[in-house]
Ligand binder design. Structure first.
Ligand code: FAD
Length: 391
């Protein structure tokens, strides 16, 4: 990871403090009650962390991307759901910041994100296309007087009931092909959310992600002029996979730490006799090291590709395969590590109320392979591997 400046260190110190002081003590309750981590998000708002990626000239703090990724890791260590909410919001901000172009409304919107610490949710998945982000069924339609409207059946909208705004993928118009998509920023006061069903999942319970029928009418300027396929390739896909993988690494790291505490406690009880689980802990460390290395390498590659003028490499098949592979590897390795930590701790890891509990960690990381199904990503990669010149 690149060197961080004093401001970056301050930002990371602040988020780490919020993670330890606010997210950690509420994590079990957030999980048990499947409730939004309201205290943590409020603390992040007060620290102006929701506009971390907004450039200074637009009123934000201009925190480097790698520091925001490190913040996802820190939050993930203490509360997976809080980290996922933070990461998903930062993904939406990154899409706007990196593709704001010369659009005055969007620049002004980013100022509002900074001033009001607005929380942005994501509406890419759709009933009928599932996790295929590159196709939409719902379309923008003319609503007269320079306004547009849409209605989208969204199967999963994390923190939809708590968001100030939503970033939505749609077909450009009623006649457009499924892949001819635009990204639209819908403000909450322009939007109606009709909840479909409940939210009582296995893990990531605090993300509060039921389905909604999302409908809105809004001025045409709220549709980003950069075509969505470009936003997806240069920003949404790689940034999602990098920030998600950082928080999954955070969860897995805490599971490892709990396993290590368990082994140390066992060693103290029987000095001079290494506990049998110590060997499994050593094996677990090497598994964690693999995850850590892949997550860091993915970040480094993205920073390098982003630093090039016009970011041409991010739109290549090589880049698509690279960041898809990061997602698959991290989403499979994180729950594996949590399960191995459970194997180290045994019954006190299985129980939900001990210092060595890792059930929440395991359940939270089990969502990773579903967030855009790994099978779907494998199929994309399989096709690209046949034609990409290098990977
Ligand atoms: C905790 C959490 C929060 C989320 N929050 C949001 C959010 O805020 N906004 C949002 O837009 N989305 C969100 N999602 C993502 C969204 O819910 C799912 O990605 C999307 O609904 C896909 O649903 P699905 O699992 O039915 O997958 P689908 O992609 O529809 O796939 C259905 C099944 O088919 C399989 N499959 C699909 N394609 C292939 C293939 N090519 N080959 C073989 N098998 C295949 C899959 O493995 C899966 O078993 C979230 C997901 C999770 C887990």
């Amino acid at each position: 990871m690149s060197a961080v400046s004093a401001t970056d260190t301050d930002f990371l110190t602040t988020v780490r403090d919020i993670a330890e002081r606010v997210a950690a003590p509420n994590a079990d309750m957030v999980d048990r009650e499947a409730r939004f981590p309201v205290e943590t998000v409020q603390a992040l708002r007060e620290a102006r962390a929701l506009s971390a990626l907004v450039p200074v000239e637009l009123g934000g703090d201009g925190v480097p991307f790698e520091t925001v990724a490190a913040a996802c890791f820190e939050l993930g260590r203490r509360c997976g759901a809080s980290a996922m909410v933070f990461a998903m919001h930062q993904i939406q901000v990154a899409c706007i910041v990196r593709h704001v172009g010369g659009e005055p409304w969007l620049a002004d919107y980013l100022r509002r994100v900074a001033n009001e610490q607005r929380l942005i949710a994501s509406v890419t998945s759709e009933v009928g296309t599932g996790g295929d982000m590159g196709r939409s069924i719902a379309a923008l339609t003319e609503a007269g007087e320079g306004r547009l409207s849409f209605e989208k059946q969204a199967p999963t909208v994390s923190y939809g009931a708590h968001a100030d705004d939503l970033l939505v993928t749609l077909r450009r118009g009623p006649e457009a092909e499924p892949g001819d998509q635009v990204l639209v920023l819908a403000q909450r006061d322009q939007t109606t959310l009709r909840q479909n069903g409940t939210w009582d999942p296995l893990g990531m319970r605090g993300t509060c992600s039921p389905g909604y029928l999302v409908s809105a009418t809004l001025p045409a300027e709220q549709a980003l002029s950069t075509p969505f396929p470009r936003i997806a390739a240069e920003t949404m896909v790689p940034v999602s996979h990098i920030l998600w993988s950082h928080l999954w690494l955070g969860i897995a790291t805490d599971a490892f730490d709990r396993a290590r505490e368990f082994v140390r406690a066992a060693a103290k009880r029987n000095p001079g006799e290494p506990p049998p689980a110590a060997l499994r802990l050593s094996q677990l460390l090497s598994e964690l090291g693999l995850l850590r290395a892949e997550v860091r390498a993915g970040l480094t590659d993205f920073l390098e590709m982003s630093a090039e003028p016009g970011r041409p490499r991010l739109s290549t098949m090589t880049a698509a395969v690279r960041f898809n592979s990061l997602k698959i590897a991290a989403s499979e390795q994180a729950p594996r590590i949590c399960q191995a930590a459970l194997g180290v701790c045994g019954i006190v890891g299985f129980k939900n109320d001990t210092p060595f509990s890792v059930g929440r960690h395991l359940r939270d990381t089990m969502s990773a392979s579903l967030m855009i199904a790994n099978e779907r990503i494998h199929q994309t990669n399989a096709g690209l591997l046949l034609i990409a010149k290098e990977v």
